[in-house]
Design a protein around this ligand. Structure first.
Ligand code: UDP
Length: 152
């Protein structure tokens, strides 16, 4: 299993407005993931239509679009072993009412349309989303000094 898998994690406008950034980032840091990209952006409709291409025709899409455009989003990329699947489990279920306590959505959310975070659901969508939100030069290549204390 690769130690270099990458996932795209975004803190949605509600998470930013509610002051949850440091709590959410620290969960990924504490687990051992390496932060390789981070920026605060207010997404355009065009970006969101590409990001959520599979949902554009769903009835909830217009409301979701205005939620996602309502303020800045903290876009991040994390790297490490099994990052995509582990990232999803750190986030919790899409519906916060089905998210276990201890997950981000389980700890901080109640409604699906205010579920605080986004995380890629496969390696393919992670690559697609990373390329959509970040330019190549915005992803930083470095070695974490604690590497041998995180990986055996
Ligand atoms: N969403 C919503 N109502 C729904 C389904 C989804 O508001 O009935 C929103 C919700 O914020 C969710 C996002 O649309 O996070 C994308 O849905 P998806 O099924 O891809 O869930 P995710 O991958 O974010 O867990």
């Amino acid at each position: 299993m690769s130690n270099n898998e990458r996932t795209f994690i975004a803190i949605k406008p509600d998470g930013v407005q509610r002051g949850l950034i440091s709590n959410i980032l620290s969960r990924f840091e504490n687990k051992g993931y390496k932060l390789v990209g981070i920026k605060l952006v207010t997404p355009t409709e065009n970006l969101l239509k590409q990001h959520y291409a599979e949902h554009v025709d769903k009835p909830f899409f217009p409301k979701m679009l205005s939620y996602m455009m309502s303020g800045p989003v903290l876009a991040t990329v994390w790297e490490g072993k099994d990052a995509v699947k582990q990232g999803r489990s750190i986030l919790g279920a899409t519906n916060p009412l089905n998210s276990a306590p201890g997950t981000i959505r389980g700890d901080f959310a109640l409604d699906m349309g205010r579920n605080v975070v986004h995380g890629s659901d496969s390696v393919e969508s992670a690559n697609r989303e990373i390329n959509l939100w970040f330019k190549k030069e915005e992803l930083v290549d470095y070695k974490i000094s604690q590497l041998s204390w995180i990986y055996e």
